[in-house]
Ligand binder design. Structure first.
Ligand code: BES
Ligand code: ZN
Ligand code: ZN
Length: 492
């Protein structure tokens, strides 16, 4: 998709199709040119309701408000509805809540690119890309006078962020026998080369040297050896240092605590955290943000076999803590335990985040569309919640630690168990487990984001397709952009 911004009025632009967003059911607005016809066909402008008037070459879509969090999914639905049409070019006006607030324009462009996404690499017949050229007039819904340079910046950033999200979606959607740890490392190396990021890969021998025994234990029964990937964006005079750690289980069968078949399907998506880290690193470097960002990915496959690690094993993590394994399906936290230790050893960060499809309990607790955010202190978690909910288009909610749940991880024979002794609060106990591997320096600078819900959903929702959503990319990118502007703690 190509985007062109113009100062021309919408009616003076030549294109195959015009897209019009109807805000808050305001059918009287001057942008709504076909009032009578729309009434006749019963179009009321409900959120995400669409109406294609083919003879007029106009597509109408309703949006609840002019906020980016409404415009983004609305325009995505509109673009998706054009898949089988023959329109090659479209024009659209600009919608803003405030003349200086380009967030809506950014959301609109993101929505178009995200809504246009399809994963058809494995179809014999690939669908043809039709809608290619979008012209955006800066003629504005509220008649605001807009500055074309800041609008252009918003469009450029939207393209970078949305394409990085689609890149992450592609990785997550790729089947496990085509995307195993070594392949993930290869993809990371190629992406690093294209984006001029630093990239280093740890192979099993390096992992043994680093005493990453819990990660190695999870990986042991797979024919695909594990990799740890370290990507770095290092601008001169960075304003802050951020580390992001991602769970990259290229497949999670559950191990010897084998998953029931219905729960095993979709577990190619257990690499979503690591894949998000790759997307974030790509975008950060393309935006050339003045923040030093390190991405660490633990690429591992959790399988069964004669040499599989087992319930009752006691593992020694990189930081020396002993872990009683009681369930081999709680493998993500074991991989992250070592990976977090390694990341903190390599980089003293101002902020440390980890992203993981860590627990089914998080999906039970907050639903499919929302991530769970946890941490020891407010600062880092609030930063994530603000960046996610207010601007990125992702949804996240806080889950609080408490001392009673912490006690449920106690082991009689080791320092800690890898699962809790209660059936409830599983997202939080997993987060508390991770907190045991955060050192003094990072304790209050760390937040854990459980993306198990939104990372992979088997139905279309808003700007997200069936399958991988690229969860985590947009929220973390916005957070890093805010740090770059020096307003990470601000409300908007
Ligand atoms: N990868 C799963 C969590 C998951 C479940 C992600 C559903 C996405 C959708 C994780 O490794 C896992 O299996 N967790 C267990 C933990 C349990 C054994 C304490 C779970 O959630 O059931
Ligand atoms: Zn598991
Ligand atoms: Zn898992």
């Amino acid at each position: 998709m190509n985007f062109k911004l113009t100062t021309k009025n919408i009616d003076d632009i030549n294109s195959d199709l015009e897209i019009i967003i109807v805000i808050a059911k305001d059918m009287k607005h001057r942008f709504v040119k076909d009032k009578k016809l729309l009434k006749k066909v019963g179009f009321g402008g409900d959120h995400e309701e669409i109406c294609l008037l083919a003879e007029k070459d106009r597509l109408y879509v309703g949006s609840e408000s002019v906020k980016s969090t409404d415009i983004r999914p609305a325009i995505a639905v509109a673009i998706r509805s054009l898949k089988s049409t023959r329109y090659k070019s479209a024009k659209i006006a600009t919608y803003m809540s405030h003349p200086k607030c380009t967030a809506v324009l950014r959301g609109m462009v993101e929505g178009m690119i995200l809504g246009d996404y399809i994963f058809d690499d494995y179809k014999s017949k690939r669908s043809k890309k039709r809608l290619e050229n979008i012209t955006i007039s800066i003629e504005e819904y509220h008649s605001h006078q807009l500055d074309i340079d800041s609008c252009q910046r918003a469009v450029d950033n939207a393209i970078i962020g949305a394409e990085a999200t689609n890149y992450t979606r592609d990785i997550v959607n790729t089947p496990p026998d085509d995307l195993y740890p070594k392949k993930m490392a290869k993809l990371a190396r190629e992406m690093a080369k294209d984006s001029s990021l630093e990239c280093s890969i740890l192979k099993p021998k390096d992992l043994r040297d680093q005493k990453m025994n819990t990660l190695l234990a999870v990986a042991r029964a797979s024919r695909h050896a594990p990799r740890v990937i370290h990507l770095a964006h290092k601008p001169t005079n960075p304003k802050a240092v951020v580390t992001i750690v991602g769970k990259g289980l290229t497949y999670d069968s559950g191990g010897l605590s084998l998953k029931p078949s219905d729960f095993m399907v979709t577990m190619k998506s257990d690499k979503s955290g690591g894949s998000a880290v790759m997307g974030i690193m790509k975008a950060v470097s393309e935006m050339n943000l003045p923040i030093e960002v390190h991405g660490f990915i633990g690429a591992v496959e959790n399988m069964i076999g004669g040499d599989a690690y087992k319930p009752d094993d006691v593992l020694v993590a990189k930081n020396g803590k002993t872990i009683e394994v009681r369930n081999t399906d709680a493998e993500g936290r074991l991989v992250l335990a070592d990976l977090l230790c390694y990341a903190q050893q390599e980089v003293k960060a101002d902020y440390l985040f980890d992203m993981a499809t860590l627990t089914g309990a998080c999906v039970v607790g907050v639903g499919h569309y929302t991530s769970g955010v946890m941490g020891n202190r407010k600062m880092a978690t609030e930063m994530v919640l603000n960046a996610a909910n207010k601007i990125s288009g992702e949804m996240a909610t806080k889950l609080e630690f408490n001392r009673y749940l912490k006690r449920s991880l106690k082991s009689e024979i080791a320092d800690i168990c890898n699962i809790s002794n209660t059936r409830y609060g599983g997202a939080i106990t997993a987060g508390i487990f991770l907190s045991e591997f955060i050192d003094e320096h990072h304790k209050d600078r760390w937040a854990h984001i459980d993306i198990a819900g939104p990372a992979f959903v088997e139905s279309v929702w808003g700007e997200n397709p069936h399958g991988a959503s690229g969860a985590g990319v947009r929220m973390m990118l916005r957070l890093i952009e805010k740090l770059a502007r020096g307003d990470a703690h601000a409300e908007v």
